[in-house]
Ligand binder design. Structure first.
Ligand SMILES: Cc1cc2nc3c(=O)[nH]c(=O)nc-3n(C[C@H](O)[C@H](O)[C@H](O)COP(=O)(O)OP(=O)(O)OC[C@H]3O[C@@H](n4cnc5c(N)ncnc54)[C@H](O)[C@@H]3O)c2cc1C
Length: 423
């Protein structure tokens, strides 16, 4: 445990609000409760030893060394005691008793609650193949993960990244910029296949290749080769070995909801919540990456979002509920990703689109893509095009019906297209 973090592991007792998970959503929920004048006792139990911090910088400016850890904290350390929020760090909740309204930690402490907010995020998926646990194989979920990687990097010349999602691509950008030889392996026929349209995937593949990253698609990993207990290469289908000294695995997370589901909460992919973030257990709420809600932006389907926007807005929702002013969660999803000098901002959810309209010239590296379904706008991906992101958001919220021809005309600002919205 870092010396500047008080060891509060001995704090036990009954809290009006007990939060499990000292990550972004847990921290924001506690802060929002105080902002909304919640007078009762609040404690946060967190598995990690650190004060709550933001994860987005981990594969970006924290990995590149441009941001120190104290600059990625959600709040300054003094905030928590000033707001009378108890932090119990380095403890993992393993059991929830919804009848007695108590939780127990692996370390043996018991905490009672009036209301429980489950904000435990998720654990990075590991490779199930042989060699997945060798030294030199890393995930990027926590500060500790990145610190471990950074301590090894001086001895690393070649990095193999498994997974072409946002985290893998961001790490590829930082590491290739620092001179490492980076190979990126993706099982799907394109990067970002789960979250973006084909044109955006192709654009990012080309950008990474232009920066020297060896992007390989349609490739599955058979095993990690090792030498003296350390990863030395990745064997891919076809019996070819990609030699490397470090492997980074970015293949998604498994929501951390085991204790809640064992206590009887409903959920398949994470834990199910309603529009007020209530689980099926009495007085138990769930927020952030681990919570599955029905989204109007996904045609009412139950989805889990892994984004700062969702973590923050669900934290606000639960704080409002617990201070007597419930407002159902309906926020439009948005996200960002920084790679090289490209700032991608997305709004809405593009999956299921039947038409993609490009605004601007993709080679200019400043453009946006509008996604439509049955004639209505459902999402925008904006690359170095913040104005479109800001203005497009309203069109997504309205599920506006806009002529594709007008949408493609960069001479017309998106805000002026509203006049062309047909009912
Ligand atoms: C590397 C990375 C880059 C990202 N980049 C972006 C980005 O650019 N833009 C964006 O919008 N989003 C990004 N995200 C997503 C965003 O950071 C998450 O959506 C957000 O952190 C979710 O907050 P959370 O509170 O749900 O989970 P987390 O922040 O993961 O916090 C959960 C906490 O709960 C703890 N915990 C788990 N189980 C237990 C237990 N049983 N007992 C006690 N504590 C427990 C965990 O250790 C963790 O500290 C990124 C995420 C990662 C990992």
């Amino acid at each position: 445990m870092p010396t500047d973090v008080p060891n509060r592991a001995k704090i036990e007792g009954r809290y009006n609000v007990l939060i499990v998970g000292a990550g972004y959503s847990g921290a924001q929920a506690a802060a929002a409760l105080r902002q909304n004048q919640f007078p009762g006792s609040i404690a946060i139990i967190g598995e990690e030893p650190d004060y709550p911090y933001e994860r987005p910088p981990l594969p970006k400016d924290y990995l590149s060394g441009e941001k120190a850890f104290e600059h990625i904290l959600v709040r300054p350390p003094a905030f928590w005691s000033e707001k009378n929020i108890d932090l119990s760090l380095g403890q993992s909740v393993v059991h929830v008793d919804p009848k007695a309204r108590r939780v127990r930690t692996r370390e043996g402490a018991t905490f009672g609650y009036g209301s429980l907010i489950w904000a435990a995020g998720g654990a990075p998926r590991r490779l199930s193949c042989a060699g997945g646990a060798l030294r030199g194989v890393h995930s990027i979920r926590s500060r500790a993960d990145v610190d471990r990687m950074m301590s090894e990097l001086p001895d690393v010349r070649r990095v193999c990244i498994v997974g072409g999602g946002y985290i893998g691509l961001e790490a590829a950008a930082v590491l290739s910029k620092t001179g490492k030889a980076v190979t990126l392996l993706e099982t799907a026929p394109r990067v970002l296949a789960r979250v973006a349209g084909t044109s955006l995937s192709r654009f990012y593949e080309e950008e990474h290749r232009a920066h020297g990253v060896d992007v390989r698609l349609n490739i599955s990993v058979e095993r990690i080769e090792g030498r003296n207990g350390r990863a030395s290469g990745v064997l891919v289908a076809g019996r070819h070995v990609v030699d490397c000294e470090m492997v980074i695995v970015g293949i998604g997370i498994d929501p951390a909801v085991g204790p809640l589901l064992r206590a009887g909460a409903q959920g398949v992919n994470g834990v199910d919540v309603d529009a007020l973030c209530r689980t099926s257990l009495p007085s138990v709420y769930a927020i952030g990456d681990c919570a599955a809600h029905e989204s109007q932006y996904a045609d009412g389907q139950r989805i889990r979002l892994e984004s700062v926007q969702n973590a923050n807005d669900q934290a606000m929702t639960v704080a409002k509920v617990l201070t007597g002013t419930p407002i159902p969660y309906q926020a439009v999803p948005w996200f960002w990703s920084n790679q090289y000098d490209l700032r991608l901002q997305t709004v809405g959810l593009s999956s299921g689109h039947d038409l993609a309209v490009v605004r601007g010239e993709i080679p200019s590296r400043s453009f946006s893509i509008a996604y439509l379904k049955e004639g209505r706008i459902i999402a925008f991906d904006c690359v170095n095009a913040t104005k479109d992101f800001v203005q497009g958001r309203k069109l997504v919220e309205a599920r506006a019906r806009v002529s594709p021809r007008l949408l493609a005309d960069v001479g017309i600002a998106l805000k002026d297209l509203r006049a062309d919205i047909a009912a």
